[in-house]
Each structure stands twice: as C-alpha cells, then as structure tokens.
Design a protein around this ligand. Sequence first.
Ligand SMILES: Cc1ncc(COP(=O)(O)O)c(C=O)c1O
Ligand SMILES: N[C@@H](CCOP(=O)(O)O)C(=O)O
Length: 471
Amino acid sequence: MDYISTRGRAPELPFDEVVLTGLAADGGLYVPRRYPTVDHKEIAAFAGRPYAETAETLIAPFTEGLPRDLLHQAARGAYATFSHAAVAPLTQIGDNLFVLELFHGPTLAFKDLAMQLLGRLMDALLETRGLRATIVGATSGDTGAAAIEAFRGRANVDVFILYPDGRVSDVQRRQMTTVADANVHAIALDGSFDDAQTLLKGLFRDESFRRGVGLAGVNSINWARVVAQMVYYFTSAVTLGSPHRKISFAVPTGNFGDVLAGYVAKRMGLPVERLIVATNENDILARALATGRYEPRGVTPTQSPSMDIQLSSNFERLLFDAIGRDSGSVVQAFEALDRDGAFEIPPGALRAVREDFDALAVNEAETQAEIARTYRDSGYVIDPHTATGVRAARAQLEKSPGTPVVALSTAHPAKFPDAIERAIGLRIEPPPRLAPVLEGKERIARMKRDSETVKRFILEHARAARVGAGA
Ligand SMILES: Cc1ncc(COP(=O)(O)O)c(C=O)c1O
Ligand SMILES: N[C@@H](CCOP(=O)(O)O)C(=O)O
C-alpha cells in the first residue's frame, strides 16, 4: 500500500520509506492511500490473544512490502519490554468508566507503545540497507524520553531531542538528560513545544540538511507511530465486549496523534461511539470543534505539560480526510494559518469531524479536582494528563450512560509528583524503573531557538553527517 502526502505535492512512498522519511517533502504528513479493514469476526478473535500478536495482525496490512518476519520480531521485542503481562491493562473506576493504563513501558508513558516498535523497525531497516540516520524529535516531555530509550546506544542512529526549557516536569527532563549513551543529545530551547516543533518541521524542509544528515523523525509525524497507537483501541474495546457493543474513548490530547489513532481504529471497522478530545487550557482543538475556526493562541504552561500544545500536528491528517482528501484545500488552510494566524474549517468538513469527535477543555482547577475525586472515590491515583481524559469521560457518561467509556491513561503519576501531591496530599513513590533517572548526572545542550544554531550542533555531533548517511 502506498502513502500519500496530505499536501499532495510529495512523492508517493511505500511503508518502509515512510518510516524513514518523517515529514513529507511538501511539508505534509503521510497517510495511507486507504484504510485496511477488519470485520467483526476478526475483531472478536483478538479476545485473549497476546498484545504483540494482535499488534502484528492489525499493523501488517499497513506495512505492505515489509518482511512479515521483521514486523513479527519487532512486535515481540517491543512488548516484551513492558512490566505488565497485558501490556495495556484496563482498570474500572466507575459505572461504565474505565482507565486504559498505557504507562507500563520503559519510560512510563503511552509513547513507549509505539516507540519501542518504531525503534526496532527503523533499526532493522537501516541495518539491511547499510544506512545511518539522524533522528531529530521535538517533545513536550514524553516523546523525547521514549525516543531516547528506544534508540540509545544503537549503532546506526544519533538522536537529538528538542524540548522547551523549563516546561517539562523534572522527571521528564531527567529521563532525557541522564542518559549517558554518546548517540543521545537532549537540547533545551527557549520557548514552547510549538516553537520546537515548528523548528523541527523547518529542518525537514531544508533538503540539503535533510540529505546531509539522513534526517528521520519519530514524532507522530511518522505514520508508524500512529498505526502502532491504533492497536490499544482494539485490545481495550475487545476486553469490554467489542465488537458486540460500542465503546467511547476519552483521550488526553496535544499533538492529536493518540486520538487520531482511535479514529484510524474506527475507520478500520472498530465499533466506536465517540472519540472525545480532552485538552487542558491549551484548548485549540476544543475551540476548533465548537466554532470551526482553527486558531492557535499562545501556549499556556500547565500541570499537564505534555499537552501544552496549540499547533496540533496530526489535526492535518484528520482535516485531509474530512475535506474529502482534497490536498489543495489542505494547502490553502495551512497557507491561511501561516498568513493570517487561523483558518476556517469548511462546513462539510466540520460536520464530518463532529460525526466522530467531541471535545472538552479541562482547566487547571478541574484537573486537580479530578485527581482528588478519582483518588477519593476509587483509591486510584491518576496523573494530570489522564485527569483531563477522566473528566471528559465522566462528561460523556452523563450524555450516554449506557456506553462504556475508556479514558486513556497516558502517563504514570510518578512523572508528575508535585501535581499529585497538590491534589491529594501524598508524595507518590517512584517505581524502580525511575531510580537511575532520579540519581543520574544530567547532560544538557542549551541553545537559542534558532534553526542555524540547532543545525550547526547537529552537524557537529551526528555521525551520519561525518561519514555520510549511506555509509
Ligand atoms: C502524558 C501525555 N498525555 C497526552 C499527550 C497528548 O497526546 P497527543 O500528542 O498524541 O495528542 C501527550 C503527548 O503526546 C503525553 O505525553
Ligand atoms: N506530547 C508530546 C508532544 C509530541 O507529540 P508526538 O506524539 O507528535 O511525538 C510529547 O510528550 O513530547
């Protein structure tokens, strides 16, 4: 199956090239030409199967051209790193209210579910082709740690992670900065995650830099991330009786990759009632769904820093579908965004988006109140990102009490001990996996948010730049 760019001006690519390419050359995002489907019998058959097996089955149709054995090995290896046998277990915290724990991977956030797989796929593809790559990623806290963990020490790859200085939690920062492997570089930039992601997209548009360092991306720009995140919508829904009943999902959202994965699951045939986009005070998506106007405002730092995002990269993929896959209209929308600072979602597209999605913005006080309420009612501690999802799930249950709602728990609470302590008065015990992170010596490259400065640093440190990406 070939992949096309949302902006329609980049070459069509097969899956293995998409994995290594990141952002399309026209600035768009790659999407599959069509969504493969699974029927109800196939969905029912996922019940009781190991997570890695279900992942392999669901992902395989997206990976035409990739040797099946490679996917098989990657999936087995990826999910063996998780500390829970179910990989992504469900916990019930109320009537028809479930939490999907996505934090049992090596860095205690949902990013591991995709990044552990992507790391293995990329590594194998580079190895068979005799290539090196320079991964540059932008993070608001969790992608960076997950990418570093997935690629640390790998011979074919150097990893550079751009993060907004002072705007991630201490644990998140230390997860990136205490890793001693020489191929890992944590770069602190002034400004917000949006600034870092914009700088990153600019690097992808610089053809000579891109070629010179063998630039690759592991943000959800990379379709493999999205497709790997689609799997847990199926596994959790099947646990709750899918395909014989519909399920709704409430998803803490920032860059829109996770909730887009839910939309992909629905397009593949999973019976999903509603996808609820939960935002923090950085509420561009909630405003866009309510008004039809996509208009970023300045990023406000919150206690859920990984969602402090206003330029939700993957919204472009949804818009592309909602607009009838008319890449010209997508280009116009993003030109208007650059020129006027906003665009209007065409009425037909907005209707299409609203058929699948609802959105709720959850403010700081509500987030604290939700952490406290969930702890009081169920003795269960949720992190501030998860709290936005649980709050949105409760709102959905008021509208539709008969349909189970799964709130995605995107991070372990130990990554945000201060916010938890404020809410429930308890200092959360760090899990053993955090011990080296809390004790290690930090190594940070601080620099100005200026693409020439960042490029210079990468060129000086990337092995692919010295020996050639194809060496
Ligand atoms: C803990 C946590 N929750 C939610 C999100 C938002 O997910 P997405 O960017 O896929 O919308 C992120 C960042 O991606 C995160 O790290
Ligand atoms: N919240 C993310 C931001 C980057 O998102 P991605 O899914 O596009 O990698 C983070 O924690 O870094």
